[in-house]
Design a protein around this ligand. Structure first.
Ligand code: DC
Length: 251
């Protein structure tokens, strides 16, 4: 093997994996697993929109579910968002202005208001700029609604995740039940369909599949099957072995 090839093998090319798709498809779980497998950073952009929404609720810029756009935009001037690895969780927690908010961004109140906040163009401009900065050095897996279309249109690997709405509702229902929350399956299916409608029909950066994205319908796939599917795609696209062990084994 030539010296150049040894160097190329020793330092695999780091790429961007952009994952977009419908809500409750398991995007974040899958993105986190891919990042762990490749030794990449995982960025949950939905958490960023949720964090801005929580901040707006706490500062009174959303009252009785009504989003005051001007006040939300004014709050952006003094807003910093950061991710810090939490070894206890084995994942990164999100911080707003230095305060940990991970445990408070997935409440029903935040979920109900986040569509209104994420539809504000100035909010999107600010968060997209932060996301682009976070992925500047590549080696990231980012999940959201507009990653392959707006944030990283040049991402090397783009996935568009989907699953049958009834299957997604069932998964969400099981998750909530496990957390001890009582909700009806019918109510969840209605909310899943309403979020699909809001995400795909909003005027600013609606959810749509990038022309060069690969569709992953995981209605009937386990997480392990999805990972095998992804690793085949990763190898095809990058020409790299998947892990350090595989990298050594192939020498
Ligand atoms: O992925 P999630 O359900 O946590 O996302 C929360 C909300 O944020 C969801 O209503 C869609 C919105 N979102 C967005 O508009 N753009 C993104 N890149 C990520 C999420």
């Amino acid at each position: 093997m030539s010296d150049t090839e040894t160097i190329r093998r020793a330092a695999p090319r780091r790429v961007i994996v952009a994952i977009d798709g419908y809500s409750s498809c398991g995007k974040s779980t899958f993105a986190r697993a891919i990042a762990a497998r490749l030794g990449y950073i995982f960025i949950d952009t939905g958490a960023m929109y949720r964090a801005v929404t929580l901040h707006a609720l706490e500062r009174g810029a959303i009252r009785s579910g009504i989003v005051d756009e001007e006040r939300v935009v004014a709050l952006l001037d003094d807003l910093t968002i950061a991710f810090r690895f939490n070894p206890a969780r084995g994942a990164s927690d999100i911080y707003v202005n230095g305060e940990p908010v991970e445990g408070r961004i997935r409440t029903v109140e935040v979920s109900n208001c986040v569509s209104g906040v994420s539809a504000i163009p100035e909010v999107r401009r600010r968060l997209v700029a932060m996301q682009q900065e976070l992925g500047r050095r590549r080696g990231v897996v980012m999940d959201g609604r507009d990653i392959g279309t707006v944030v990283f249109p040049d991402a090397e690997i783009k996935l568009f995740m989907t699953a049958d709405p009834a299957v997604r509702a069932r998964r969400r229902y099981d998750e909530l039940q496990a957390r001890g929350e009582t909700v009806s399956l019918g109510e969840i299916e209605r909310s899943v369909r309403a979020r699909d409608e809001a995400d795909t029909h909003r005027t600013v950066s609606p959810l749509r599949q990038a022309p060069d994205a690969v569709v992953l319908d995981n209605s009937h796939m386990s997480v392990e099957e999805q990972m095998e599917w992804f690793m085949r795609l990763y190898r095809q696209r990058t020409g790299e072995p998947a892990t350090a062990e595989e990298s050594c084994a192939s020498r």
